[in-house]
Write a protein that binds this ligand. Structure first.
Ligand SMILES: Cc1cc2nc3c(=O)[nH]c(=O)nc-3n(C[C@H](O)[C@H](O)[C@H](O)COP(=O)(O)O)c2cc1C
Length: 215
């Protein structure tokens, strides 16, 4: 099933350009259950892990997006803990998913997507690179300040960055194991992206993902 066909059934969402901090929560779109078994052996995936900056136009399936997000920072235990570690178990890294169909927030507890904007905003991710626009999926890792209660400002900045790195490496390993291209990007437009967040937070890294270009 494609992501387009799922969202075609959903009710219309307001167009972008506004922040979501003050508007009604949007409907949740359930993702198919992630694969939690099998796949490439870890040593082979580590051996294949690399940055690849070229992306084919071919979209990813909804199952691939489900697996990607679960690997990135999904819930892997009954107590709600995740595939990526987080300082003091704050679980502050939120993932925004930029697709041609719009921008979505990943809700790990429901393994669902919440639509934020019904427009293609991949071009907003970076003014210094067109890689987010060229890839069918671009993830943004942002630290949610409300989840870092009791952290001083240094800890908010430091752990937001370290914790985003673990999520990125999970994505790298998912891509290596599934022969997909990816590049983690620090060269993003943090001020513009902060306005897209539906929470008070700090955009840390982006990561476009797609099929490689055939050589
Ligand atoms: C925190 C961080 C930020 C990065 N930012 C960018 C970036 O903005 N643009 C880019 O093309 N590559 C970026 N990279 C990818 C590195 O250039 C890449 O990992 C490095 O060249 C090593 O290549 P490898 O990943 O294939 O081992 C970044 C990597 C890290 C860890």
């Amino acid at each position: 099933m494609s992501i387009a066909s799922v969202f075609a059934q959903e009710k219309a969402i307001p167009k972008g350009g506004q922040t979501l901090k003050n508007i009604e929560p949007q409907p949740y779109i359930e993702l198919p259950a992630p694969q939690r078994k099998g796949g490439m052996p870890l040593y082979e995936a580590l051996n294949m892990r690399q940055t690849n900056r070229k992306f084919a136009e071919k979209p990813l399936s909804l199952q691939q997006i489900s697996d990607l997000l679960w690997c990135a920072n999904g819930v892997n235990r009954e107590d709600g803990k995740r595939t990526a570690p987080s300082a003091r178990n704050a679980r502050e890294i939120e993932i925004l998913v930029f697709l041609d169909k719009g921008v979505f927030l990943y809700i790990p507890e429901k393994h669902s997507l919440q639509m934020l904007f019904e427009e293609d905003m991949r071009g907003k991710v970076s003014t210094r690179s067109d890689m987010p626009e060229k890839a069918p999926v671009c993830l943004l890792f942002a630290a949610n300040r409300a989840k870092m209660d009791g952290f001083d400002e240094d800890a908010v900045r430091f752990y937001g960055c370290t914790d985003a790195g673990y999520v990125s490496q999970n994505v790298y390993l998912y891509c290596a194991a599934n022969k997909l291209s990816t590049v983690v990007m620090g060269a993003i437009d943090r001020d513009a992206l902060r306005e897209v967040l539906p929470f008070d937070g700090d955009p840390v890294l982006a990561q476009p993902i797609g099929y490689p270009v055939e050589k």
